[in-house]
Design a protein around this ligand. Structure first.
Ligand code: ZN
Ligand code: MN
Length: 500
């Protein structure tokens, strides 16, 4: 069905309406086996090779809860400042979908395992506390593949295939409370939340949280209410938004679209919508089910969960340093401003810089190389910083070579060229390319003499007291040595020769 809504420009929409958000995030845990059976969970395996009677829902098969999945969700709950309940149950969520072989999903309903948490996120220097309503345990569905159509959707496809390898993989669902009072920052807050949540879960170490592979998926609820109104508007739910940028864009688009509907005197329909990556728009999906449509009831094949307090405290004690605490610590150790730290985090450089410092580099040098030189190259090549073929140890070694004066910054860039081109370690590249600073004073002195002789006018200016003119001579020395001179030392020598 074509959408005929006229969008309202973002600023105009925000001048009139107040957005309310809600974000539901599904995270696949990285357990070795599935939630209720012993099948493997490896990503990308041959279709339907990681299945058994339990995850295929064959009659007579019985599920058994995966303890390490429960450990994983409790850790996430604790990291999100949730209360871990003393007793809860699984529930059956009944619906038909071809990629769900049992025709129900084992999930949790009115008795989730983790409740009432929060996660703080920062947007443009302001802190927003996102309240977490619940974190519950469930299982993933299989995957349908629609073949023959232009869009990959079922409409227009010639046939569909289904792969049950994913069916039954442990899935944690994290549901926020309504996120209010974010105003025109709503899209950024949504993105910051998804970013922080991903960092948090990654730090806890229970999932690889790769949005592009679907191990983290966000559903974004958006509604608008006229400014000053007390009653919330009708919300839409944009499903399976699979990148951080898309989270931001989906919220922004829904604000513009819903404002268009409301401005035209229409009503927002409560429905699920699909985010269209190519256009940055959302399109209508199905009208949204209510909880009663799912005919939830307690799962009769599983015993309730009653995690002991000792176990919960053990898990709490096992949590690693969490991202917010880590950022505060690192910021103190490195003495960087908020903005710079944010840039480092956004560039995915925090781990790399920390590792480089552990390898013996000065924090400032480690930051400089990763954030300037190497970030630029990663951007040029369209890859993540972490996937450049250069290690923190390499960067630390380059830093050390510069610090001891064997090479200068300019040569260091050439060393990185070599390392990135696979020519070996920094030392090997220095050796092979002959990239040593000309530090032999005699050799440098004779180059300077030549340069002075070749540039008598400039030399006279320096002699006459215009020391700034020495820069041109330093440049000529650097050129003559193909960048291998120590520029600072060359400058000292030039001025010494011309003014003493
Ligand atoms: Zn199985
Ligand atoms: Mn769910």
């Amino acid at each position: 069905m074509a959408d005929t809504t006229t969008l309202v420009p973002y600023d105009e929409a925000l001048a009139k309406y107040e957005p309310v958000l809600g974000i539901e995030t599904h995270i696949e845990l990285g357990t070795k086996t599935k939630m209720f059976c012993g099948c493997a969970t490896e990503f990308g395996a041959e279709p339907n090779t990681q299945v058994c009677p339990v995850c295929l829902g064959l009659p007579g098969s019985l599920p058994v809860t995966n303890r390490s999945a429960i450990e994983g969700i409790i850790k996430i709950g604790l990291a999100l400042n949730c209360t871990i309940v003393e007793w809860c149950r699984f529930a059956r969520k009944n619906y038909f979908y071809p990629d769900m072989p049992k025709d129900f999903q084992i999930s949790q309903y009115d008795e989730p395992l983790c409740v009432d948490g929060y996660l703080e996120v920062e947007v443009e220097g302001e802190t927003y506390r996102i309240e977490i309503e619940r974190v519950h345990m469930e299982e993933d569905t299989g995957k349908s593949l629609h073949v023959g159509g232009a869009t990959g959707r079922i409409h227009g496809a010639d046939f569909s295939l289904v792969d049950y390898n994913r069916a039954g993989i442990p899935l944690v669902e994290i549901v926020t409370k309504p996120i209010v009072a974010t105003g025109d920052k709503a899209p950024l807050v949504a993105r910051a939340y998804a970013t922080e949540l991903r960092e948090l879960v990654r730090a806890v170490g229970v999932s690889d949280v790769r949005m592009e592979q679907g191990s983290m998926r966000c559903d974004v609820n958006v509604s608008l209410m006229p400014k000053g109104a007390s009653e919330w508007g009708t919300r839409t739910e944009t499903k399976n938004v699979n990148s951080l940028r898309s989270v931001e864009r989906a919220v922004r688009f829904e604000i513009e679209r819903q404002a268009g509907v409301l401005d035209a005197g229409g009503k927002v329909i409560q429905e699920t919508r699909h985010f269209q990556e190519a256009t940055g728009t959302t399109t209508s999906g199905r009208s949204k089910e209510e909880a009663q449509d799912y005919r939830y009831f307690p799962e009769p094949d599983l015993v309730p969960m009653a995690p002991s307090r000792e176990w919960v405290e053990q898990l709490r004690a096992s949590l690693p340093e969490l991202p917010a605490a880590r950022r505060r610590r690192v910021q103190g150790e490195w003495g960087v401003a908020d903005k710079e730290l944010q840039d480092i985090v956004n560039a995915g450089a925090l781990d790399l810089i920390e590792e480089t410092v552990r390898e013996g580099a000065e924090p400032a040098a480690a930051r400089k190389w990763w954030m300037n030189e190497l970030s630029r190259r990663a951007t040029e090549q369209g890859v993540d910083l972490a996937s450049l073929p250069v290690t923190p140890a390499d960067v630390a070694r380059v830093g050390a070579l510069v610090a001891e004066g064997s090479i200068n910054d300019k040569l260091a860039r050439q060393v990185f060229d070599g390392v990135l081109a696979g020519e070996g370690t920094p030392d090997e590249v220095v050796e092979k390319r002959g990239l040593k600073v000309v530090s032999d004073e005699g050799q440098l002195g004779s180059v300077i003499d030549e340069v002075i002789a070749a540039n008598p006018d400039i030399a006279d200016k320096v002699r006459g007291g215009k020391v700034a003119a020495a820069g041109a001579l330093v440049g000529a020395v650097m050129k003559a040595t193909r960048g291998q001179a120590d520029a600072g030392r060359a400058r000292e020598l030039i001025i010494e020769k011309l003014t003493s």
